[in-house]
Write a new protein. Structure first.
Length: 138
């Protein structure tokens, strides 16, 4: 499947495969192409639920304050309101499919694309707030 959009999310390539226009607002499907050691900062969603499925590589998922190894092919549910993140703990790039419901978060990703930490942190924090997301940095 060809991506609808290819983005750079804080240094990580990502592909939007299904967006809200295609799903009539019901969901977004993205592919995260995570470099070794990469992954998003801990965060929570007030609007979306997510399902993470590792397609290639070695990943850990932070949920409920615990890091858990995620086997290839095993979906993991990430409910809205829970602090979570993931990281590629392998030595090669990984690939993770992320199903997000409802759709709309792809608009956040598009605005986030190309921004970097720490240079764009005020804009990043404003985008998180605008889309009902919270950063949980320690």
């Amino acid at each position: 499947m060809n991506p609808v959009k290819t983005l750079n999310l804080l240094g990580t390539p990502a592909e939007i495969l299904i967006d809200g226009a295609m799903s009539q607002g019901s969901c977004t499907l993205m592919l995260d192409l995570t470099p070794p050691g990469g992954g998003p900062p801990p965060h929570s969603h007030s609007r979306e639920d997510e399902v993470f499925t590792v397609l290639e590589g070695e990943y850990e998922l932070l949920s409920e304050g615990q890091w858990v190894k995620v086997p290839v092919g095993e979906p993991v549910f990430g409910p809205r309101g829970h602090v979570h993140t993931f990281r590629n703990v392998g030595s090669t790039p990984g690939k993770m499919a992320i199903f997000i419901s409802p759709a709309g978060i792809e608009n956040f990703f598009e605005k986030l694309s190309g921004l970097s930490v720490p240079a764009d942190m005020p804009r990043i924090e404003a985008l998180f707030a605008e889309y009902g997301l919270s950063l949980h940095l320690s």
